[in-house]
Design a protein around this ligand. Structure first.
Ligand code: GLU
Length: 289
């Protein structure tokens, strides 16, 4: 069997302008792709119908081009592949691994707060879903869906683990500085994670594993903030019969106060730096490339 040539991807969500943290991740992906003699693809993760605007996607591609990064065509835009995510979701539903959830965020927090303190949380710090809709009578759930009641779809973790994990654990290979290192994690920490949002038939977790497989991604290079999610991704890969890439989770670029850069905090965007006359070379140098 021949070894597939390395394929990486940089996968920004165009929910705002790209900032220095994105630039670092994009440059690191390009550098590692070069070192591995592979390619790095660009994927626009624009599943959020409200926040992900087409002009922001175009601006992201423009900023990356300005930085000197070129990507093979076609660039995959997730918003154009909803049918594929729907099919993956349907597979989970048909196998009894996902159920509809009619709870609002407020109701979930209230239910969590009514339980024992401290509130159990998922690795992202959100209250763990208490499972209210898991035991809904299926006829009742169908009636509510048919009536147009908004709902998400959640993974039934208790059913998923015996199918996609071994003793509640999954394994993947982390690659850091060229060294391969096996990592064992417990995806159950996520509880009944959302696999499809209210407004689209997918979630970040479902579309990212589907796309990594469809695009033949062999090496995922992304920020530490997504390290905990990798366990859930490996579980979903197991459930959907997909290959697991190798993963590298890089340190996050912090702002002057040591906080993670985020668009919401108004961190310096590449657009702003461009306007101020900063050159791509200066940005590369500043980020250590
Ligand atoms: N779209 C995600 C983000 O911008 C990254 C997804 C990934 O690399 O897996 O945070």
């Amino acid at each position: 069997m021949s070894v597939p040539s390395p394929i990486l991807r940089f996968a920004p969500s165009p929910n705002g302008r790209l900032h220095l943290g994105h630039a670092y991740s994009a440059l690191l992906n390009a550098e590692i792709a070069g070192r591995l003699r592979g390619v790095c693809r660009l994927r626009i993760e624009d599943i959020d119908p409200v926040r992900a605007k087409p002009d922001l996607a175009a601006a992201a591609i423009d900023d990356l081009g300005w930085l000197g990064l070129r990507y093979p065509s076609p660039v995959r835009h997730q918003s154009r592949h909803m049918g594929e995510y729907r099919a993956a979701l349907n597979r989970l539903i048909a196998e009894g691994l996902a159920y509809p959830c009619f709870c609002s965020r407020g109701a979930i927090r209230a239910a969590a707060e009514a339980g024992s303190a401290p509130i159990p949380c998922d690795p992202d710090g959100a209250p763990l879903y208490p499972g209210t809709c898991r035991t809904l009578d299926p006829r009742e759930a169908t009636r509510r869906r048919d009536g147009g009641e908004p709902h998400t779809w959640r993974l039934d973790m208790a059913r998923a683990l015996p199918r996609g994990a071994k003793d509640g654990r999954v394994r993947y290979i982390a690659f850091d500085g060229g060294e391969d290192r096996p990592v064992t994690v417990e995806p159950g920490l996520w509880g009944d994670a959302v696999v499809a949002r209210r407004d689209v038939p997918t979630s970040y977790h479902l579309s990212v594993v589907h796309d990594d497989a469809v695009e033949g991604i062999t090496h995922v290079v992304r920020g530490m903030d997504l390290e905990a999610a990798t366990g859930l991704h490996v579980l979903l890969q197991g459930l959907l019969g997909l290959l697991t890439p190798r993963y590298h989770h890089h340190a996050l670029i912090r702002d002057g106060d040591g906080r993670k850069l985020a668009k919401s905090r108004g961190s310096t965007s590449l657009a702003r730096l461009r306007e101020e006359g900063v050159s791509p070379g200066e940005i590369r140098a500043e980020l250590g490339f």
